[in-house]
Design a protein around this ligand. Structure first.
Ligand code: NAD
Ligand code: LMR
Length: 339
């Protein structure tokens, strides 16, 4: 692409930009892997006071990357300034879990961050801004952010389950001995947590029904499902810290497909429930979606759900309801009534 054919810059705000995921993420946004090789991009990096010094280092590295598509980089601790006119906000900044913790243990530490960020996005982000929540517990943080942004559509907020989907695809490809690109229609239902339901009922390998190729229901139920559910913990146990480069990669994939379209592939995203599949309205529940490049993810509707799947889908829904109830104090208008 010639420089004068480039599209005018889009502003991408990234919180927690000096953290593990942020570090991997900003380099790839700058290189054009997310919004396209003909799209100029402006990075707005948001950190805490303590994060400002490492962030200066990250900014130096961004400079040294000499990325032709990177038109501007700014750093701030001020949310309104950081989100101002942003077309995309990637909410990564939050505490990660350590060994032996569940992601929901982070609720009390992290949910408040997302209430403040929702308010600031509401005030200053571009009207059609898209928000990807990565910080854990991602689904409920997205709910909190959205509820604090009353002038934005709930559909503008997505919690990331793309990493879970990629993990599931990779496991199926390995099991079947095929390249990952041959596997499609793998679904993650529900919460980005150990209750999530990685579902192969509709998955295909080379266009054929995966279950008829794998012929191994025991593997699906006893190996595949728990492995995907606990992959985050498996990485923490091995590495001492949570997944970062793969999480950044999944975030790039999720926004790239939202911005540029996904062809026919089903992509798992946790979006606000509209009651489809009998899921309680108003919680952020991962479903299969498609995107035709108009910046909207639409859920794939009317899939047949068997008895096992229905049970698994309800279990993860119940956990999300519990999480929602535990952050009521952060949801304007839904505060618990005094008894
Ligand atoms: P990290 O500790 O390496 O980095 C987090 C960064 O966020 C730090 O630099 C910190 O200063 C900053 N930060 C904290 N609070 C902030 C705030 N209020 N505003 C702006 N910045 C803030 O952590 P990490 O490994 O990069 O993980 C970040 C989050 O992403 C964690 O909650 C982790 O659990 C989550 N995560 C989610 C997925 C997913 O699939 N959804 C995958 C991996 C990690
Ligand atoms: C992951 O899935 O790797 C992240 O959510 C980090 C974690 O806590 O597991």
């Amino acid at each position: 692409t010639k420089m004068n054919d480039l599209l005018p810059p889009l502003k991408v705000a990234v919180t927690g930009a000096a953290g593990q995921i942020g570090y991997a993420l900003v380099m790839r946004i700058a290189s054009g892997e997310m919004l396209g090789k003909d799209q100029l991009v402006e990075l707005s990096l948001i950190e805490t006071e303590a994060g400002m010094s490492p962030l200066r280092g990250v900014m130096m590295e961004l400079e040294d990357g000499a990325f032709p598509l990177l038109s501007k980089v700014t750093a701030t601790t001020d949310l309104q300034e950081g989100f101002g006119d942003a077309s995309f906000a990637m909410l990564v900044g939050a505490t990660p879990r350590g060994k032996g913790m569940e992601r929901s243990d982070l609720l009390s530490a992290n949910a408040k961050i997302f209430a403040d960020q929702g308010k600031a996005l509401n005030e200053t982000a571009a009207v059609n801004a898209k928000v990807l929540v990565v910080g854990n517990p991602a689904n409920t943080n997205a709910l909190v952010a959205s509820e604090n942004a009353p002038d934005m559509w709930p559909e503008q907020f997505i919690a990331m389950t793309r990493l879970d989907q990629s993990r599931a695809k990779a496991l199926v490809a390995e099991k079947a001995g095929v390249p990952v690109k041959d596997v499609d229609r793998v679904i993650i239902w529900g919460n980005h947590s150990a209750t999530q339901y990685p579902d192969l009922s509709h998955a295909r390998i080379g266009g054929k029904w995966a279950k008829s190729i794998l012929k191994d229901d025991k593997w699906i139920k006893e190996d595949f499902i728990p492995r995907v559910q606990k992959r985050g913990a498996e990485i923490i146990n091995a590495k001492g810290s949570s997944s970062a480069a793969s999480a950044a990669s999944a975030a790039i994939d999720a926004i790239r497909d939202l911005h540029q379209g996904s062809d026919e592939e089903w992509l798992s995203n946790a979006i606000v429930s509209d009651g489809s599949y009998g899921v309680t309205k108003g919680i952020w529940y991962s479903v299969p979606t498609v995107c035709n490049g108009d910046s909207h993810y639409r859920r794939v509707q009317r899939l047949p759900i068997d008895e096992f799947s229905a049970k698994m889908m309800t279990r993860t829904e119940m956990e999300l309801i519990e999480e929602r109830d535990s952050v009521r104090h952060l949801l304007p208008g839904h505060e618990a009534k005094p008894v």
